[in-house]
Ligand binder design. Structure first.
Ligand code: HEM
Ligand code: HEM
Length: 178
């Protein structure tokens, strides 16, 4: 079945977003296994900065994609969605929400940790407040749980993509065609 076309920019941003999220999940557990920073061990500094830079960049990408979706209305999406298509739209909405929750909780946790965030080593972002262990732990926990929730929704999303691939209904071609 011929599907409506998504804007080219959505397709490009989707794959940048998906690969960045994948990289953050895979690299974060390795990053946390490095020794805590000290005068002797500074291995963590670079991977943490990289994690934060990629995270903030992907938040900007997700906001752009959501804005395009709102601005273009049903362009590339069905005008009269059936039940499954409504479910897909809900899946996208939850993914956008959880992407924002992951990035904001990560940024707040980092702000309260006392470490600076230098965006791509160029722009020093403001820390919300002074170092605060309790708030750091709180936002760190929120970061972990929002990331697990995001992973669960992504698994559903990829499962749905595989289902459409097997059904050969042309839907996944939307994300593979510029
Ligand atoms: C970390 C992984 C991924 C994330 C965070 C992600 C995120 C998203 C988001 C936010 C949308 C909505 C785009 C819009 O607003 O128009 C979307 C759509 C879509 N994604 Fe993904 N995606 C991921 C992986 C994948 C993979 C691996 C595939 C295919 C094998 C895929 C296939 C699709 C398709 C076909 C659509 C369009 C669905 C439709 O319009 O109904 N995604 N994805
Ligand atoms: C979608 C985006 C993001 C994903 C998927 C992600 C994923 C993760 C994961 C899985 C961990 C390991 C958690 C644990 O085992 O405790 C982690 C840790 C961390 N992330 Fe992210 N992250 C994202 C965005 C961000 C952003 C934007 C920042 C900051 C600007 C950030 C800062 C941190 C920090 C400081 C840690 C280590 C301490 C902690 O758990 O809070 N993350 N991240």
């Amino acid at each position: 079945m011929e599907q409506e076309r998504l804007p080219k920019i959505t397709v490009i941003l989707h794959w940048v977003l998906a690969s960045s999220v994948f990289f953050l999940f895979v690299s974060s557990w390795w990053m946390l296994s490095l020794p805590l920073p000290s005068a002797e061990f500074t291995y963590r500094v670079l991977p943490f900065q990289l994690h934060k830079n990629i995270g903030i960049t992907l938040l900007l990408i997700a906001v752009t994609m959501a804005a395009i979706r709102i601005a273009k209305g049903s362009n590339g999406h069905p005008k009269n969605p059936d039940r499954l298509q409504k479910l897909a739209a809900l899946d996208h909405l939850i993914m956008y929400f959880l992407l924002a929750a992951c990035c904001l909780s990560g940024y707040l946790s980092s702000s309260y940790s006392g470490w600076e965030t230098s965006f791509w080593w160029i722009l020093n972002l403001p820390a919300w407040a002074q170092e605060n262990d309790d708030l750091n732990i709180l936002f760190s926990g929120l970061h972990l749980w929002s990331c697990w929730a995001l992973l669960a929704v992504i698994v559903l999303h990829i499962g749905a993509a595989i289902y459409h691939g097997i059904a050969d209904d042309g839907l996944i071609n939307k994300m593979f065609r510029l």
